[in-house]
Unconditional design. Structure first.
Length: 165
């Protein structure tokens, strides 16, 4: 199993296979524009911009499960991300990350890398680092700033480059 086996819906309502990200290092993040951690959008965008040419993407999954910090429609979320935070990394349709309606991708991510308090997602901006083969490598807490993940991303990109040769 890998994350590449999942299908997701883009923020504009189109179905997308995560197999499209084969051979890319991914940082999968549950986001919320009204969250206290929302300033992390800037750091996530900087990572995306800095490493995209080397085969890296940030994938944002808006979620309204934590104190209703993402109440808007997908269109409103997309607009807020672009206007307020300058986000242009891929965003997907709002999902649940916990509970019976949790998206299958998040059920898988949590199973592969449980957190400090068990398998549940504690809050917005929980981050999962995924290698080019779709394996979950590491989980980062909501309080981990994106720049602290950069060394891990570089390491995986270097491994990817070696495998590509």
């Amino acid at each position: 199993m890998s994350v590449h086996q999942f299908k997701v819906t883009t923020i504009r309502g189109e179905e997308k296979s995560l197999a499209d990200y084969d051979n890319q290092v991914l940082l999968i993040v549950n986001t919320a524009t009204k969250c206290g951690f929302a300033p992390q959008f800037k750091g996530l965008q900087e990572l995306h911009d800095g490493y995209q040419a080397q085969g890296f993407s940030v994938l944002g999954f808006p979620c309204n499960q934590f104190k209703e910090q993402e109440p808007g429609s997908d269109a409103q979320v997309e607009q807020a991300c672009q206007l307020n935070f300058g986000v242009n990394f891929p965003l997907f349709s709002k999902i649940d990350v916990n509970g019976p309606d949790a998206h299958p991708l998040y059920k898988y991510l949590k199973q592969q890398a449980s957190g400090l308090f068990g398998s549940g997602i504690k809050w917005n901006f929980t981050k999962f680092l995924v290698d080019g083969e779709g394996r979950v490598i590491k989980r980062f807490s909501p309080t981990t700033p994106p720049r602290k993940i950069e060394a891990h991303i570089r390491k995986l990109l270097a491994k990817n480059a070696v495998h590509a040769k």
